[in-house]
Design a protein around this ligand. Structure first.
Ligand SMILES: NC(=O)c1ccc[n+]([C@@H]2O[C@H](COP(=O)([O-])OP(=O)(O)OC[C@H]3O[C@@H](n4cnc5c(N)ncnc54)[C@H](OP(=O)(O)O)[C@@H]3O)[C@@H](O)[C@H]2O)c1
Length: 335
């Protein structure tokens, strides 16, 4: 089968299409014919080698983690899915990829595709849906009436997290560039700061939670807008010692991550706030709950651009520009 494969670290130029064997499934896996695969910034970072110390990846490796497709084979211990089911899943951190004609998917990470979404829309969801869910409900434990700051509201994470936070009954503040202000309001954002003309830390106040989606000094600035007792959940770093511990990393990595996060943790403590770095976890049950929000149209997918499989590298290059308005998806099978 055809797959987009990383043979050596080196960014998009190091990726190439290859003919690889169709995966064989274990007893607890399903074989999925991939109809569409969502792209994420982490795909580009993996290709560059930026995650070498964190993600165990044996090269050559098939790229991509989000997928939607149809089950063509089921393992002997699988009981939630049957051949012909339409599913979606995240394969993040499992050492296998979605940018291929077929993927072996552990049953525990898959969910039934929401019936009202096409494969492209469904493939846009797993990474941003699970990340937003885990950050807002598990880490920040966002409550109705609380205020959450979700910077970069027009990005993949932003477009989903704004809508999820509204479903949780929260008020949402966000940042975006001038041309996207009305777009993020349409997703439900209550306070919108145009970062091209305003500084959010001078405008926003009284936030209970922050979702760290933008690197640089954004998190430090966000300390100025939070209340005591608030939670800052970073998706972009710095990683902390708790993250190294949770991944079973060695003493040196715990020490290094502890050093990297020392400043932001101290700043948080001064505000009586909590800082933590989060890494998304594939989870089919949670994806099923997210699917219910999509199927009942309480959350809608936001797809910016669709690329043919043969143009997957162009899709990654487009995403790398950092201007995507929603998600970028690769389509393997046209309806
Ligand atoms: N730790 C984890 O488990 C995890 C999981 C998922 C994602 N992430 C990380 O989270 C980050 C966001 O992911 P994503 O999928 O949302 O990325 P994305 O879709 O590539 O984000 C693009 C968006 O970012 C906006 N943007 C860029 N610079 C901005 C700034 N300074 N202020 C406000 N908005 C800005 C752009 O809006 P404009 O065009 O309007 O500027 C664009 O809409 C990435 O670094 C990703 O790797 C981490």
């Amino acid at each position: 089968m055809k797959a987009l494969v990383l043979k050596r670290y080196g960014g998009i130029d190091a990726l190439a299409f290859a003919d690889v064997p169709r995966p064989t499934i274990k007893a607890d896996e399903i074989l999925v014919q991939v109809h569409a695969a969502g792209l994420n910034p982490v795909d580009n970072m993996i290709a560059k080698g930026a995650f070498k110390p964190i993600l165990k990846f044996d090269l050559p490796a098939t790229m991509g983690s989000d997928l939607a497709g149809v089950v063509v084979e089921v393992g002997s211990r699988v009981n939630r899915f049957k051949v012909g089911d339409a599913v979606f899943a995240s394969l993040f951190d499992l050492g296998v990829g979605s940018l291929a004609e077929y993927a072996a998917v552990p049953e525990r990470v898959a969910a039934h595709k929401p019936a009202n979404l096409d494969f492209v829309q469904a493939a846009s969801i797993p990474m941003v849906g699970l990340t937003s869910w885990q950050a807002l409900t598990e880490r920040a434990q966002l409550q109705p009436g609380q205020k959450v700051f979700v910077p970069a509201g027009s990005g993949g994470i932003g477009t989903f997290a704004i809508q999820l936070a509204k479903q949780l009954g929260a008020k949402v503040g966000t940042t975006t560039s001038t041309g996207n202000v009305e777009f993020v309001r349409g997703l439900g954002a209550d306070e919108v700061v145009d970062y091209k003309t305003q500084e959010f830390e001078k405008t926003l106040r009284g936030y209970d939670a922050v979702l760290g989606t933008v690197g640089g000094d954004g998190l430090e600035k966000a300390m100025q807008i939070v209340k005591p007792g608030s939670s800052l959940v970073s998706l972009v770093g710095p990683p902390d010692a708790a993250f190294a511990r949770a991944r079973g990393m060695n003493f040196l990595m715990k020490f290094v991550f502890g050093l990297l996060s020392r400043k932001i943790i101290r700043l948080a403590q001064k505000r009586s706030a909590r800082y933590s770095f989060m890494f998304v976890r594939p989870d089919g049950r949670q994806l099923g709950k997210i699917g219910e929000l999509l199927e009942s149209s309480r959350i809608r997918p936001v797809v910016d651009k669709v690329f043919a499989f043969a143009d997957a590298k162009e899709g990654l290059a487009y995403l790398q520009q950092g201007r995507a308005k929603g998600k970028v998806v690769v389509q393997m099978v046209k309806p």
